[in-house]
Write a protein that binds this ligand. Structure first.
Ligand code: NAD
Ligand code: UDP
Length: 335
């Protein structure tokens, strides 16, 4: 198939673009490089043995989008482009509504105009309400608690409304839990810009000596060791989940929502242990009070994706930590 990938130079998009190339698809990447480097695209070419076509374009530029999608006669689109920092969305909400909501709206308008009605959208477990108890199934109540989560839920709603209005749409909304890890080659992975807020990239910064210690936020949660638990999922499993969702869309019209997670909760201290084991280094940490806005536990009920997509996340926490550390060691300054 001819598949467009918005945000394909970024962390998750680059892994999925590689998987699509390896499946034999023609891949057209559209990314404004606001949070990524075109060097990731060279790495993808090296790994796949062939290249994706790349356009440095903003998804809000409808004219350019129309031209690209038409020129390549694109048949399906995977939509990763957007901003993803919860903290930044609280301090600058309008940029989130502009990039994530307005950007997606413009994109959908162009897709509709071109009769291109096959789409996979990157949503997030952050759409689930904090008052819900994990594990979260897809039909759990939705109540995001920050502008980033609201922006994801707004796009989900647009997609549900579109599918209700026109039965020709084929849409998969994928709610990722906590993506982690890197391609096992160490050639592509996550390159955080600035000081990371998330556990995995911060812990990698400590392991590589950039930060003196990990700050563990909260030791009194109602969890087995008192630290917060999350559903970390290897980015390679996430990639195969997208390939499975694309395959499923060939047979089923309508709007389908799937959690992409392992269903296995791991604590912050489990992550610390795994990193120490795979790196052979100490990961110093300090226990601090809870971080405002954090929930005790977030993990998926992954059964729907397992049944409907015949897909399951297989890689362990240790593999995520080993592959992430391998990428960081080989690319200490990013790409
Ligand atoms: P990323 O920042 O590495 O990738 C996003 C890419 O989109 C970047 O390359 C960026 O340059 C590009 N981009 C941003 N705004 C754009 C615009 N207006 N036009 C064109 N390109 C634009 O992030 P990621 O971790 O790969 O996340 C991909 C998607 O998955 C995002 O939509 C994110 O919200 C979602 N998601 C990520 C996580 C996570 O923890 N990484 C969790 C849940 C959902
Ligand atoms: N966390 C931590 N120190 C950090 C970053 C995160 O202790 O520097 C904890 C956080 O409180 C949560 C878990 O690690 O329990 C995962 O946090 P992250 O921000 O990576 O993901 P999210 O909370 O968005 O699921």
């Amino acid at each position: 198939m001819r598949i467009a990938v918005t945000g394909g130079a970024g962390y998750i998009g680059s892994h999925v673009a590689l998987a699509l190339l390896q499946e034999g698809h023609e891949v057209i990447i559209i990314d404004n490089l606001s949070n990524s480097s075109a060097l990731s695209l060279q790495r993808i070419s090296l790994l796949a043995g062939r290249s994706a076509v790349f356009y440095q374009t903003d998804i809000r530029d409808s004219e350019a989008l129309r031209r690209i999608l038409r020129q390549h006669q694109v048949e399906a689109l995977l939509h990763f482009a957007g901003l993803k920092s919860v903290g930044a969305s609280v301090s600058d909400p309008l940029s989130y509504y502009d990039n994530n909501v307005q950007g997606s709206l413009r994109l959908l308008q162009v897709l509709q105009e071109l009769d291109l009605r096959q789409l996979i959208f990157s949503s997030s477990a952050t759409v689930y309400g904090p008052q819900q108890a994990a594990p979260f199934a897809e039909d759990a109540a939705l109540a995001p608690s920050n502008p980033y989560g609201h922006s994801k839920l707004m796009v989900e709603q647009m997609l549900r409304d579109l599918c209700a209005a026109d039965a020709r749409w084929r849409v998969a909304i994928l709610r990722y839990f906590n993506p982690a890890g890197a391609h096992p080659s160490g050639l592509i992975g996550e390159v955080p810009r600035g000081i990371p807020n998330n556990l995995m990239p911060y812990a990698l910064g400590v392991l590589s000596g950039r930060y003196p210690q990990l700050r563990i936020f909260g030791q009194d949660y109602p969890t087995p060791d008192g630290t917060g638990v999350r559903d970390y999922i290897h980015v390679m499993d996430l990639s195969s989940g997208h390939v499975a969702a694309l395959r499923q869309l060939q047979h089923r019209a309508g709007c389908h929502v799937f959690n992409l997670g392992t269903g296995r909760p791991y604590s912050v201290l489990d992550v610390v242990d795994a990193f120490q084991k795979v790196s052979g280094r100490a990961l110093p940490y300090v226990l601090l009070p809870r971080r405002p806005g954090d929930v005790a536990a977030s993990y998926a009920d992954p059964r729907l994706a397992e049944q409907a997509l015949a897909w399951r996340a297989e890689r362990s926490l240790e593999m995520m930590c080993a592959d992430a550390w391998n990428f960081t060691e080989h690319n200490p300054d990013g790409y």
